[in-house]
Design a protein around this ligand. Structure first.
Ligand code: DHB
Length: 386
């Protein structure tokens, strides 16, 4: 197969990139090792920045504004009190609760409806001629048949175990940080317990009360990275959650999914080499606190689509040469914000009394200062694409 851009990965980054390229008249082929059902059913992110939702809403058939719910703030809870961060008042923007799997259903329907070549159940195994003008993605389908895609440009939107990343020299190393805790996440059938998300710093550890829809809720509590998601009973889970949001009585309901999410920060050292680039989770990982992961992936491909337009339609390499630096500018701001929210809200296993009091001082410094609240609101709602 020959195409202009080979995209490995049909998650949000890969599909949005194929949409932006098609709108500019550039052909692409998208492959993903998963089936369409698997992609549409994986429960992942929930909170989208204003710029992300605006972009999704511009794609024909999008339910971003009908299924999505605008959230104009969050609550930070600590030391027995709640403090609202008012996004429009402080940053002039909001965020939207629009589950990633719903966004993916829309994106897949739109791209397939537009005639996009997407191949499911096709696993990339290598990139050949990675340093040449026509790199090739070598892949194999579920039946064992081989496929080669020759392209002017190859984009790895293939997640944290990216095959494309391995073809970029130096990209196996990068900048890492591990954290001494994880999140225990549940999905349950219940009405929301609060109008807005609650980020709670309690002496027993962090909890986040999020939502998915009027009838399904997502909640998390800080746990040990080695904890087994199947170990606690439902009653124990509710007990832990209730204790960590003092002042609110959570609406309990049947828990139908549970998982333990490991925390990691990672940025690959090299995002682009010649005619190869990596985007989204292939290029970076953030800890979940602050919900930056999917938003960063979308920002990567908005910038990359502009650079590929210049390269492929006008033979102008300038924007591509500046792409990694422009993407990294936002990536490191998001890394800082995610690290900061994480460290400010969680209780480290080795925290001393000093650490605990300092953390409460930090939280008070943020909520009592308009400058502090404004930084949080600007970062949470996301920096404009520019
Ligand atoms: C969700 C996850 C987050 O990391 C966050 O900061 C807010 C919401 C969620 O899954 O709903």
């Amino acid at each position: 197969v020959r195409t202009q851009v080979a995209i490995v990965g049909a998650g949000p980054a890969g599909l949005i990139l194929s949409h932006l390229l098609a709108a500019a008249g550039i052909d692409s082929v998208v492959i993903d090792q998963r089936s369409r059902d698997e992609i549409e059913q994986t429960i992942r992110a929930g909170i989208l920045e204003q710029s992300t939702i605006d972009l999704l809403a511009s794609i024909p058939g999008s339910r971003a504004h009908t299924v999505g719910l605008r959230h104009d703030g969050i609550e930070l809870r600590f030391d027995g009190a709640g403090h609202r961060i008012d996004f429009p008042g402080l940053a002039g923007r909001s965020v939207w609760l629009f589950p990633q799997h719903e966004a993916l259903r829309d994106l897949l329907a739109a791209r397939i409806g537009a005639g996009q070549d997407i191949r499911f159940g096709v696993t990339a195994t290598a990139v050949e001629d990675a340093s040449g003008a026509r790199p090739r993605v070598v892949a194999v389908d579920d039946a064992g048949a081989g496929l080669e895609i020759e392209a002017d440009f190859v984009v790895g939107a293939d997640g944290s175990h990216s095959v494309v990343r391995r073809a970029i020299s130096g990209s196996h190393d990068g900048y890492f940080r591990e954290y001494p805790f994880a999140w225990f996440g549940i999905l349950c059938e219940a009405p929301p317990s609060a109008d807005e998300l609650i980020y709670s710093n309690s002496p027993d550890g962090f909890a986040l009360i999020s939502q998915r829809s009027p009838t399904v809720q997502r909640m998390y509590f800080q746990c040990d990275p080695t904890d087994d998601a199947q170990a606690p009973s439902d009653a124990e889970i509710w007990d832990t959650l209730q204790k960590r949001v003092p002042g609110t009585t959570l609406n309990e309901g049947s828990i139908f999914q549970r998982d333990v999410l490991r925390f990691r920060s990672f940025v690959a050292r090299t995002l682009r080499q010649g005619r190869l680039a990596i985007v989204g989770d292939a290029a970076h990982t953030v800890p979940p606190t602050g919900a930056k992961g999917m938003n960063l992936a979308v920002a990567d491909v908005v910038l990359l689509a502009r650079a590929l337009e210049a390269l492929l339609l006008r033979s102008d390499e300038g924007p591509l040469d500046g792409w990694a630096e422009a993407a990294l500018d936002r990536i490191w701001k998001a890394q800082h914000f995610s690290w900061w929210m994480t460290s400010m809200l969680h209780v480290a296993p080795d925290a001393t009394d000093f650490d605990r009091h300092r953390q409460l001082g930090e939280l008070r410094s943020v909520v009592e200062s308009e400058a502090g609240r404004t930084y949080l609101a600007e970062a949470y709602t996301g920096w404009p694409f520019g």
